[in-house]
Design a protein around this ligand. Structure first.
Ligand code: FEO
Length: 169
């Protein structure tokens, strides 16, 4: 049986993961609209990964005999500008997700729920990878400034991202 405070924070995290999927989908639609198909593809793949993150939490709560409590998902808040600005928003968003994952880790420790503390390590590692990959893209865009031909090449590169279902391991 799962600790109630931990169950609550895990349910809140499910909502954040599905909100992230919404946010990435909104970005994907925007990139498609302005003709950046690779950027659109990359953010759409990211949205699918966010759904996986939510579903792993969903399955975990059920496995621990807890109650899944799905709340309303907010419409994404965004102010889309240049691709670089959007990726900076992504970076800030992922940093805030990292903070909320760390809160899950700290709550599990406070409540002596070592199973959840161990489970959440997968998310901590996932956040390290997500922040690093977004930071790489930002650095490339910054390095080449306003050079549109470089943006074209980055678009091609981002279009190669492959989706593979994220599973807890
Ligand atoms: Fe599921 Fe991008 O954090």
């Amino acid at each position: 049986m799962i600790n109630k405070k931990v169950e609550e924070i895990l349910n809140a995290q499910i909502n954040k993961e599905f909100y992230s999927a919404y946010l990435y989908l909104a970005m994907s639609a925007h990139f498609d609209e302005i003709g950046l198909k690779g950027f659109s593809h990359w953010t759409k793949v990211q949205a699918r990964e966010e759904v996986d993150h939510g579903m792993i939490l969903f399955d975990y709560i059920i496995e621990r005999d807890g109650n899944v409590d799905l709340k309303q998902i907010e419409a994404p808040q965004y102010n889309f500008g240049e691709p670089l600005e959007i990726f900076e928003q992504i970076f800030r968003h992922e940093c805030s997700v990292t903070e909320s994952i760390e809160c899950v880790a700290s709550m599990s420790e406070e409540e002596c729920d070592m199973a959840t503390r161990h489970f959440i390590n997968w998310y901590i590692q996932e956040q390290v990878e997500e922040e690093a990959s977004v930071d790489d893209i930002i650095k490339k865009m910054k390095m080449f400034g306003q050079d549109k031909s470089i943006l074209y090449h980055i678009d091609i590169e981002l279009g190669k991202r492959e989706y593979s279902q994220h599973k807890y391991s």
